[in-house]
Write a protein that binds this ligand. Structure first.
Ligand SMILES: O=C(O)c1ccccc1N[C@@H]1O[C@H](COP(=O)(O)O)[C@@H](O)[C@H]1O
Length: 213
């Protein structure tokens, strides 16, 4: 089985970006959500995007953002992918994909089999589904280090590509990949020393664990 592609999310410094590239991560995630401890300004994103050019793909993470905010981020960070991590409907995902001509990933909060079944509504609207844990009411919709029962998405055969997120760490990611067969894994808080503070050593360990799985 080929190894899973890696996305390191919430990158806000050149040191973290270089660690992700050294670890052969395919995707660097930049958070455009002011409530997140990982939020980046347009100026920060532009600088990181420049360093990323041709070395790692750039994913912009948005939570129910409007077109103007997304357009500014796309232009500043030369994004390759839009990751929608809020309540975006299939219609909204399709609209953004058409407007920006970029890949659209939709995060789906999962706690039950019914949540996983909602994935089918995004066929033809999004390019990839990111199964993530449901977070408590009033909390951030992601980046909380919470995981869900991976058996719900084990070897998922759906109408579009998919990835696994939520509480993935250097310590558990090999088991997650083995159990689910996820083609892509995404982590944020699992490779940090504190909320919003990426840890080079943990990024390296996470990537090594995925490559060895
Ligand atoms: O990282 C954030 O701050 C964030 C904020 C709002 C929505 C999503 C966010 N991150 C994404 O959440 C999942 C899981 O994160 P974690 O590994 O459990 O910390 C992942 O897709 C992040 O990209």
């Amino acid at each position: 089985m080929p190894t899973a592609a890696i996305k390191i999310c919430g990158i806000s410094t050149p040191i973290a970006l270089e660690a992700a590239i050294r670890g052969r991560a395919a995707f660097a995630g930049f958070v455009f959500f002011p409530k997140s401890p990982r939020n980046v300004t347009l100026a920060q994103a532009a600088q990181l995007a420049e360093a990323a050019q041709g070395r790692i793909s750039r994913v912009g993470l948005f939570v129910d953002a409007d077109d103007t905010a997304i357009a500014e981020a796309v232009s500043a960070a030369r994004l390759d992918v839009l990751q929608l991590h809020g309540q975006e409907t299939p219609e909204r995902a399709a609209q953004l994909r058409a407007r920006f001509g970029l890949q659209v990933w939709k995060a789906l909060p999962v706690a039950s089999a019914d949540d996983v079944a909602r994935a089918h509504a995004y066929a033809g609207a999004a390019d990839l589904l990111l199964f993530d844990a449901k977070t408590p009411k009033g909390a951030l919709p992601g980046g909380m280090g919470l995981s869900f029962d991976w058996r719900l998405v084990a070897h998922w055969k759906g109408p579009l590509a998919w990835g696994l997120a939520g509480g993935l760490t250097p310590e558990n990611v090999a088991e997650a990949v083995t159990l689910t067969g996820a083609p892509l894994v995404d982590t944020s808080s699992g490779v940090e020393s504190a909320p919003g503070v990426k840890d080079e050593g943990r990024i390296a360990a996470f990537c090594a664990a995925v490559h060895a799985a």
